[in-house]
Design a protein around this ligand. Structure first.
Ligand code: MN
Length: 256
């Protein structure tokens, strides 16, 4: 029998099959017939905050939920965050997770050496993702390996970090999509669409200002794990169509 994560990967791949071209995985996600399009980023192991935000949003099966990378590390409950995402996919929710640099680092270290993997995982409060044989949990490994680097919709690109818009084809530069820390908007290369990303913790006021001003590039990472810094420490959910922002303050990290 397949595990929950394997069923989640199956669902993910079904969601990604372009009905017009069954040979390739399409990164284009059509607008849902009804329901909202919601985006969350940089959950970073903050499971309770994530669940509370989903409750506040009242996620329904006809909604699309994009989770745009760095689901794990730093916060205490990396595995629970992943398991929640698998559970949602398995129950038929339309979840579209993306790969962030933290998911990629785990894949890389797991292929390099066990000592590096373990020391990285420990530093990230995620050693529970490592099995007793010293390897990354195989469900987690398979899931990360199946994550795309970006999605495209009719109005926006969703990506963990951004795009190198100096390149002729920014959509093939995988590393930039998870590591870039700033980039310029390019109308032609980005087809006039918005770019929604995370990766660099940003002050809440700057984020809401970008949204209000109709900026083409919107960073949704409010540094959920920086729960003790003014202007930071919220997990955000952005509605792609109404541009509404719902914020949940971090409840995973106890005050000292
Ligand atoms: Mn990141």
């Amino acid at each position: 029998m397949k595990s929950r994560s394997e069923r989640a990967i199956d669902r993910l791949n079904i969601n990604l099959i372009d009905p017009l071209d069954k040979r390739r995985k399409s990164f284009f996600v059509p607008k849902p017939a009804s329901g909202r399009r919601l985006v969350i980023t940089d959950i970073h192991g903050c499971y309770q905050t994530f669940v509370k935000l989903l409750d506040a949003v009242d996620l329904k099966k006809h909604d699309q939920l994009f989770i745009i990378g760095d689901m794990i590390d730093r916060g205490p409950y990396s595995y629970l965050v992943l398991d929640k995402i698998w559970q949602l996919l398995d129950r038929g929710y339309q979840v579209f997770p993306l790969r962030g640099n933290h998911e990629q680092l785990f894949l890389n270290f797991n292929r390099e050496n066990a000592r590096k993997l373990f020391s990285f995982a420990s530093r990230q409060y995620a050693s529970h993702l490592i099995d007793s044989d010293g390897r990354l949990n195989s469900d987690v490994d398979k899931f990360f390996g199946n994550l795309p680097f970006y999605y495209e919709t009719d109005i926006a690109f969703l990506v963990h970090a951004g795009f190198d818009t100096n390149l002729k084809n920014p959509f093939e530069a995988w590393k930039d999509m998870i590591w870039v820390r700033s980039f310029c908007y390019n109308e032609k290369r980005l087809k006039g669409k918005m770019v929604i990303h995370g990766h660099v913790p940003t002050n809440y006021e700057s984020i809401s200002q970008e949204i209000e001003e109709g900026a083409k590039i919107i960073n949704l990472d409010n540094g959920c794990i920086r729960s003790r810094v003014d202007g930071y420490g919220k997990l955000l959910c952005f509605n792609l169509d109404t541009r509404e922002l719902i914020a949940q303050k971090n409840i995973d990290l106890l005050p000292i």
